[in-house]
Design a protein around this ligand. Structure first.
Ligand SMILES: *[C@@H]1O[C@H](CO)[C@@H](O)[C@H](O)[C@H]1NC(C)=O
Ligand SMILES: *[C@@H]1O[C@H](CO)[C@@H](O)[C@H](O)[C@H]1NC(C)=O
Ligand SMILES: *[C@@H]1O[C@H](CO)[C@@H](O)[C@H](O)[C@H]1NC(C)=O
Ligand SMILES: *[C@@H]1O[C@H](CO)[C@@H](O)[C@H](O)[C@H]1NC(C)=O
Ligand SMILES: *[C@@H]1O[C@H](CO)[C@@H](O)[C@H](O)[C@H]1NC(C)=O
Length: 359
């Protein structure tokens, strides 16, 4: 009988399995057959849109329907995450490239429980918390606004004022939405949940306090301060550092009364990851050669830097296949001078520049 339920339950889980991830919202949308801008119709369209996103699980669809602007904020979060990922990985073998036509904009690369997958999970969960908190402070969501809680703490030499951005709400929403997809009973789910949380912490710990002086010219008798979200670039930089030092882990079962599953370093002598570290379970696939099935483009044709010893250097980026040097014409503004008043006049200089391309 027990076995029956096990099989039955796994069947249910199988049926519920949803492929693809919410960050597919970054893909360009097929424009809906709109043209009718009345609010009522817009809301209906929105409802349909939320239901039609086949890669969202039920809870995510519910949250998508919470209010008019949620879908838009989700799209913003997804697009900013992809954009930031492409910036951070512009010199790497896998450059965070996306494919146009798929339910998985990263084309299957993230099916591996790899470092790259860890990074994308952390970054997208961070970007969503960021986008939601920003939307709150702009009054775009009904459920939140500025953070009123900070005002309860009364500082001595200045006072709270203005609009403090509510990262707490952003985090709660991101946790509710992004983590809804994960099953902590699977190894992959455990890994993703850890990285999602690490991403959100990277935003929270970088909240800034900005202040403005008021009072008689320059006296600053009253200082008013509020909390501001960090630029997403800062979060991306921090998560890239975490990515480089990510921990290779395995799942261990510790059956002490309850069944507790934990992530532990794969080798006993390695440092235990803390909540801000990124973790991964599998080595990455080979990003050197193209693989259509996984959506890997390979590094042929990538521009490399001959003098760099880093990832963008020709030796590493071209995976030992060598490179070709082409001479390219290059134009640049030069011999600029100031013309009274008030213009800068430049000439255009043309010169030849070496350009290295991977074989
Ligand atoms: C636009 O919406 C209004 C009211 O919701 C409806 O009466 C009208 O038929 C719609 N027009 C089109 C072109 O869908
Ligand atoms: C896009 O995907 C759909 C469904 O997977 C497929 O039918 C279609 O041929 C694809 N289009 C292109 C251009 O790859
Ligand atoms: C977590 O570990 C990293 C090094 O992997 C360290 O830089 C960071 O300060 C630690 N964070 C906490 C909260 O202990
Ligand atoms: C990634 O690299 C490929 C070549 O392998 C290039 O075609 C593509 O434009 C790059 N994508 C980004 C986002 O840099
Ligand atoms: C190439 O790498 C060197 C050394 O890291 C760096 O100084 C230089 O700016 C790079 N050139 C380009 C075009 O990125």
């Amino acid at each position: 009988m027990k076995l029956f339920w096990k099989v039955f339950c796994s069947f249910i889980l199988f049926v519920q399995a949803v492929t693809g991830n919410w960050w597919n919202l970054a893909a360009p949308r097929v424009p809906s057959q709109a043209g009718n801008t009345s609010l009522e119709t817009f809301t209906t369209l929105q409802k349909e849109s939320c239901h039609r996103l086949e890669y969202l699980v039920e809870r995510q669809k519910q949250l998508c329907l919470l209010s008019d602007r949620v879908l838009q904020v989700l799209q913003t979060g997804a697009s900013q995450a992809v954009e930031e990922c492409q910036h951070q990985f512009r010199h790497s073998r896998w450059n965070c490239s996306t494919v146009a036509n798929s339910t998985d904009i990263f084309g299957g690369v993230l099916k591996f429980k790899s470092r790259e997958s860890a990074f994308v999970h952390a970054l997208s969960s961070a970007a969503l918390a960021h986008a939601v908190a920003r939307a709150c402070s702009r009054g775009e969501l009904n459920e939140c606004s500025c953070d009123a809680r900070v005002r309860k703490r009364t500082p001595r030499h200045w006072q709270w004022g203005g609009c403090s951005e509510d990262i707490r709400y952003g985090e709660i929403f991101s946790r509710d939405f992004v983590d809804a997809k994960e099953d902590k009973n699977t190894d992959e789910g455990l890994m993703n949940l850890h990285n999602n949380e690490a991403g959100r912490r990277a935003v929270r710990s970088r909240m800034q306090r900005v202040c403005k002086c008021h009072g008689m010219s320059g006296s600053c008798s009253v200082r008013v301060c509020w909390r501001r979200l960090p630029q997403l670039r800062l979060v991306g930089d921090a998560l890239t550092t975490r990515y480089e030092g990510a921990s290779h882990v395995k799942v261990v079962d510790r059956k002490r009364g309850k069944n507790i599953r934990k992530l532990r370093p794969i080798h006993a002598d390695m440092k235990k990851p803390n909540k801000t570290d990124l973790v991964y379970l599998e080595e990455s696939p080979d990003y050197c050669e193209p693989n259509d099935e996984l959506g890997i483009l390979g590094t042929r044709g990538r521009t490399c830097n001959r003098t760099s010893a880093g990832l963008d250097g020709c030796r590493l980026l071209c995976c030992g296949r060598g490179y070709q040097t082409r001479v390219r014409d290059h134009e640049e503004k030069c011999r600029c001078r100031f013309v009274w008043c008030c213009r800068v006049h430049c000439e255009i200089c043309r010169y030849k520049r070496d350009h290295h391309v991977c074989n």
